[in-house]
Design a protein around this ligand. Structure first.
Ligand code: SF4
Ligand code: SF4
Length: 82
């Protein structure tokens, strides 16, 4: 699954530079995750880096973007091929 940022986000900006896929960007009101780019950090790290650093714990899994580990790995492969 891709992850999502909820409206509890305080726009602290610490997650954006941690994302290895550049999936996080400032949205109109709060930060947003591009589900086409988020691999849950599969391929790069053992744990989602944005979740590790978020001070308010507002980055759950996105129920609208359910994906298996294999699908996340395939997304990673596609992303690194550019
Ligand atoms: S889980 Fe990883 S890939 Fe997904 S948004 Fe967070 S840092 Fe980026
Ligand atoms: S780390 Fe958490 S609170 Fe900070 S910008 Fe990212 S999602 Fe928002």
């Amino acid at each position: 699954m891709a992850l999502m940022i909820t409206d509890e986000c305080i726009n602290c900006d610490v997650c954006e530079p941690e994302c290895p896929n550049e999936a996080i960007s400032p949205g109109e009101e709060i930060y947003e995750i591009d589900p086409g780019k988020c691999t849950e950090c599969v391929g790069h790290y053992d744990t989602p880096q944005c979740v590790e650093v978020c001070p308010v714990d507002c980055i759950p899994k996105d129920p609208d973007h359910v994906e298996s580990e294999d699908q996340l790995m395939a997304k990673y492969q596609k992303l690194i091929q550019g």
